[in-house]
Structure formats: structure tokens, C-alpha cells
Design a protein around this ligand. Structure first.
Ligand code: CA
Length: 347
């Protein structure tokens, strides 16, 4: 009991000494709700938010909430946060189709929402004039990946191993039906075709965004096509890592034995592979960039004025959606990816 009293006294002393209480302006109370803390990309984003939060001082108070990949949990969390007197919600939906339920809760109390990372239907966003969306355009990553492949091909004639002037390629696709898997696969091929780039597809198979699945499929392809494949196009880096593993086991990336591999995400784990000339490149969506945009928009929505004030690089879409850009990451600009991840590391 004595101990508890002592702790309480310390807490009270800290509270009264905090500049937060001395400040005239009320801090903006933001709740950032993630569909799942376990997601790698989103954990980078959370790190970026925490670092950005530390630059905002006591003007902003942020709660980070984990919905543990469960929509009913997320709905309950929203109820609790609203009851607690939150000023604005930033929501990464577990299920974007549940947006209308979440919007109804916030709308009843006139609380703005910034949805992020998983996009609700346009009609849902448009149903409430105080909600926005921040994310990327999946098609763009496919286009950038195609441009990266074509640039590499031009710069390195040795990639055309059989010297037939055409690029023989395979595609490791993400989970069928997933918007990123569909858009990236379609756009990478379409962009090369439209540019008149000579290509020949040897195989396309879903590896569900997973390293192990990709490794197994790549092993099968090596058995089937041998060294005939000149480019392994992956919908994400996790699968590129699997392809690289299979290729390394088959003796690739030593001496002259080579096969081009490209991914998407520019994960910190592929950075050394790009540096060592194993992977040709990847496509980065800067989690830090996105983190800042979400927090700035949330605060702007509460304070009034321009919602996009301070937001860098965002492109305004047609339904209060803001799209953050993708960047090509190759050996010559690898420091861009390194810098992006550095900003997401929390101390
Ligand atoms: Ca060829």
C-alpha cells in the first residue's frame, strides 16, 4: 500500500510538471488503429509515426491500437475511443468493406477519420465529408517495376543470355484476387508490351506473397527451364527472397552464373542483395512518408484549414484519397531505401 501511494505521488508530481498541462492550447487526441501490429510494413509505419510524433511535442497525443486482424475487435475499439473523447481516428481497416459501420460511429459524433493502407469503397468515403484515405496506387508499382526492368536490360546486354534479343521471364504472383497481386502483375507486363519491349513469358504462378512458396516454385522452374529464364519478376520482395534462395542453392550469383530478380517493397532485407548485385532492384513505398501524411492530415482535420497542409509528395485523387508515390530502388540510389527505413527505427 505504501508503495502504491508513493507511485501515485510520483505520477501526480510528473503530471503537474508536464508542459502538456501548462499549455493553453488543448492537445489534439489522435487514435491510430492498425489492422495488425504483426504486419512488417505497418510496423515500419508505426515506427515512422512515433518518430514524427516526437517532433510534434505536446500539441498532439497519440494512441496506437492493435486490432489483431479482427474486425469486431476493431469496431469495439472505435466505440471505446469515441467514448474516451478522441478528436480524430486514423483507421487501417481489417476489412475495408466494414468501413460504412465505422464511418457511422464517427459521423454520429462528428469525428473525422483518416483511413489508410487498405482502401474502403469510394462510395463509403464519399458518404461522410470528414473522412479521407491515404495509401498508394498499386498499379504504379507495376509500372515502375517494368521501367526498372527495361532500364536494366538496356544497361546490361549480358542479361540476354541466349542473345535472341528477347527477354525470357517468369512471374511470381501474389495471392490471386489481392488488389496488389492483380494490379502489379497486369501492369508490369502491360507496360513492357506498350513500350514495344521484346518479351516472352515462360511461366506465371501465384506464390501468395510468401518466401517459402516462391522458393519451391523457383526450384521447379529451374528444373523445367534450366538457365533459360533471364528475369524473375516478383510481386513483392518476400517472394524475391525465396527466388534468390533457390537460385543461390543452384549456384547462381557466383562467377558468371546470373539471373535477374526484381521485387517490390524495397524491404530492408533486400537492400544488401541490391548492393551486392544479386537483385536488380525493387520498388519502395516509403512508410515514413505515409506515416507523416496520416498524422498531419488527422491533426489538420481537427484544427481546420487545409487538410493537406504539410503533406509531402501526396497526390490528391478524385474522392478525398491521397496517393503516396512509389520509388524505384536500384544500386545507384540504394541510400534512399536505407534512409527511409532509418527514419522508422524507434530509439
Ligand atoms: Ca533472351
Amino acid at each position: 500500500m505504501k508503495k502504491l501511494v508513493a507511485i501515485l505521488l510520483v505520477v501526480l508530481a510528473l503530471a503537474s510538471a508536464s508542459p502538456l498541462f501548462a499549455q493553453a492550447a488543448k492537445p489534439v487526441k489522435v487514435a491510430v488503429i492498425f489492422f495488425d501490429f504483426a504486419n512488417t510494413y505497418l510496423s515500419y509505419m508505426r515506427g515512422g509515426m512515433k518518430n514524427f510524433e516526437s517532433t510534434l511535442g505536446s500539441s498532439v497525443q497519440i494512441d496506437y491500437v492493435d486490432s489483431r486482424n479482427d474486425q469486431p475487435t476493431q469496431n469495439d475499439q472505435i466505440d471505446t475511443l469515441i467514448a474516451k473523447g478522441i478528436d480524430v481516428l486514423a483507421i487501417n481497416p481489417v476489412d475495408p468493406k466494414a468501413a460504412s459501420t465505422m464511418i457511422a460511429k464517427a459521423k454520429a459524433r462528428n469525428i473525422p477519420i483518416v483511413f489508410f493502407n487498405r482502401c474502403p469503397d469510394e462510395a463509403d468515403i464519399l458518404s461522410y465529408d470528414k473522412d479521407w484515405y491515404v495509401g498508394t496506387t498499386p498499379e504504379e508499382s507495376g509500372v515502375i517495376q517494368a521501367q526498372m526492368i527495361m532500364n536494366a536490360w538496356k544497361a546490361r546486354p549480358s542479361l540476354d543470355k541466349n542473345k535472341d534479343g528477347k527477354m525470357q521471364y517468369v512471374i511470381l504472383k501474389g495471392t490471386p484476387g489481392h488488389p496488389d497481386a492483380e494490379a502489379r502483375t497486369k501492369l508490369v507486363v502491360e507496360t513492357m508490351q506498350k513500350a514495344g519491349f521484346p518479351i516472352e513469358q515462360l511461366a506465371l504462378q501465384p506464390a501468395n506473397f510468401k518466401t517459402d512458396d516462391a522458393k519451391n516454385i523457383m526450384e521447379t522452374w529451374l528444373g523445367r527451364f534450366g538457365d533459360k529464364t533471364e528475369m524473375v519478376i516478383c510481386n513483392n520482395d518476400a517472394m524475391a527472397l525465396g527466388a534468390v534462395e533457390a537460385l543461390k542453392s543452384a549456384g547462381y550469383f557466383t562467377g558468371k552464373k546470373y539471373m535477374g530478380v526484381v521485387g517490390i517493397n524495397a524491404l530492408s532485407t533486400v537492400v544488401p542483395l541490391i548492393k551486392d548485385d544479386i537483385m536488380l532492384g525493387s520498388v519502395l513505398s516509403d512508410p515514413n512518408n505515409e506515416a507523416q501524411a496520416i498524422l498531419l492530415m488527422a491533426v489538420n482535420l481537427v484544427r481546420g484549414g487545409d487538410v493537406l497542409k504539410g503533406v509531402k509528395n501526396g497526390i490528391l485523387g478524385t474522392f478525398r484519397d491521397v496517393r503516396m508515390p512509389y520509388f524505384e530502388i536500384v544500386k545507384s540510389n540504394i541510400e534512399v531505401a536505407e534512409a527511409a527505413y532509418k527514419k522508422t527505427e524507434t530509439k
